[in-house]
Design a binder for this molecule. Structure first.
Ligand code: MN
Ligand code: MN
Length: 290
């Protein structure tokens, strides 16, 4: 990484962190998810960056990938367990961070919230250049199990590159036996999820987060020119294309765009998440979102 890339990642991390704090401060009983998303994404733009992906507001047994659809009237209710996940990008360099909040602070899920946050802290203690990657997962799972919950095994952290939110490296939330060493000069996200259920999530119905598909990106395509290969929401397409719903349907039929399903645990189970973006440079580890 050159100094220019480092500076952009750091700035994306700084703004992403503030955006997360901003979103958490807006969540209260009766507030609409749409207003929290719009205000948080505007906060990022006003800070001189672009949202790296739509604000995720995933409730209760939803682990990830719920963002409001256009005209969404859904509101927060006291006792909702909300995973708030957001990042900023500068010139394509993204950050990614998340925290969990209980609406109305009734304290019913404090231990579950602490479990994923403390698991992230445990991971930060072991992450270093050339650590075997499964050691990170082992630290995460150990802490979550100590709290009496299950780590989600089929979600995990990931490498982060320019215009690439999920690059090659996978950071498991348990000891998956992958003894490969974590190479320096990378940016990664670590994101433990703690569950009261089985620790396995599945694809729910399609959400409202979209991404251009693989090799079919065409410069000149309006969404490519605006978002590159980072995720976007239908809410963001106003003023870019006409008839956003029809446009997305057509793009999906042509396999130029795909939609992220909302990721869920089984009904009645609860999930918490915590996430930071981390830069590993030479022998230095720097958390960019704290
Ligand atoms: Mn995230
Ligand atoms: Mn992530």
């Amino acid at each position: 990484m050159n100094q220019d890339e480092i500076t952009r990642f750091e700035e994306a991390g700084r703004i992403g962190k503030k955006a997360l704090e901003n979103a958490l401060s807006l969540i209260e009983p009766g507030a609409t998810l749409a207003s929290v998303a719009e205000q948080t994404e505007k906060f990022i733009r006003d800070s001189g960056a672009i949202p790296a992906f739509p604000l995720n507001l995933s409730v209760d047994n939803e682990a990830a990938h719920y963002t409001p659809f256009p005209g969404d009237r859904k509101t927060f209710r006291t006792g909702d367990l909300v995973k708030v996940d957001i990042g900023a990008q500068i010139n394509g360099y993204p950050s990614d961070n998340a925290a969990t909040i209980e609406v109305g602070h009734t304290g019913r899920y404090s231990a579950l919230i602490d479990a994923s946050r403390e698991a992230l802290n445990a991971a930060l203690k072991v992450v270093r250049p050339m650590v075997p990657i499964n050691e990170i997962g082992k630290a995460i799972a150990g802490k979550i199990i100590e709290f009496g919950f299950k780590p989600v095994r089929n979600l995990g952290g990931h490498g982060i590159g320019r215009f690439d939110l999920h690059s090659a490296v996978f950071i498991p939330n348990y000891d998956d036996g992958n003894g490969k060493l974590l190479k320096p000069d990378i940016v990664i996200a670590i994101e433990p999820f703690a569950s009261t259920g089985t620790g396995m999530i599945h694809n729910g119905p399609p959400g409202n987060i979209y991404i251009l598909s693989g090799t079919r990106n065409v410069p000149g395509e309006p969404i490519f020119d605006h978002f590159g290969t980072l995720p976007f929401a239908e809410r963001w397409l106003g003023g870019i294309v006409n008839q956003t719903g029809d446009y997305l349907k057509k793009m999906m039929k042509e396999r130029k765009v795909s939609v992220f399903p909302v990721l869920k645990e089984h009904r009645g189970s609860m999930i918490s998440q915590a996430e930071h973006t981390i830069m590993i440079l030479g022998d230095r580890v720097k958390v960019l979102t704290q």
